[in-house]
Design a protein around this ligand. Structure first.
Ligand code: NI
Length: 158
């Protein structure tokens, strides 16, 4: 396993449409392991493959309940809404207020290419939506209500 460089906003790889995974090769297993390691090292709750420069439809998520790997995820259903702070490892030191669904149901395949369905509420729903957006070249900054804020400034206020 190895840490990968996280691409940051302005890098055009973050604006591209990712391609579906057709076969989980040894390189894909390695990529997924590296993404998990990179996500944990950076203290993130989610990471999408384009954030490490790979244009494939793979995301990793951990909202504190263990690692989740979604390959070729497809959101089937969303409902409700939640408004709250959101950040992204590709937009370091910033956060902003984003409204997202409060429930998301997603279909994906695992590393054995077996299909499964995952349902999430709250933070998990937010993470699913945020990470799936990355696969279509979308960043949360497009959805921010008001201004992007500095994490450091918030710490000073508290
Ligand atoms: Ni992100």
């Amino acid at each position: 396993m190895a840490l990968r460089n996280i691409r940051t906003i302005g890098d055009e790889v973050l604006q591209k449409e990712c391609k579906p995974v057709k076969e989980v090769t040894e390189r894909i297993h390695e990529l997924i392991n590296d993404m998990l390691e990179t996500m944990y090292e950076a203290d993130g709750v989610g990471l999408a493959a384009p954030q490490v420069g790979i244009l494939k439809r793979i995301v990793t998520i951990d909202v504190g309940e263990g690692p989740i790997v979604l390959i070729n995820p497809e959101i089937l259903e969303t409902s409700g809404s939640q408004t709250g702070n959101e950040g992204c490892l590709s937009v370091p030191g910033k956060f902003g207020i984003v409204t997202r669904p409060d429930y998301a149901k997603v279909k994906a395949v695992n590393e054995d290419m077996e299909e499964f369905v995952l349902e999430g509420t709250g933070l998990l729903a937010r993470a699913i939506c945020h990470e799936c957006d990355h696969l279509d070249g979308r960043l949360y900054v497009e959805l921010v209500e008001g201004e992007l804020e500095d994490v450091a400034a918030q710490d000073e206020e508290e």
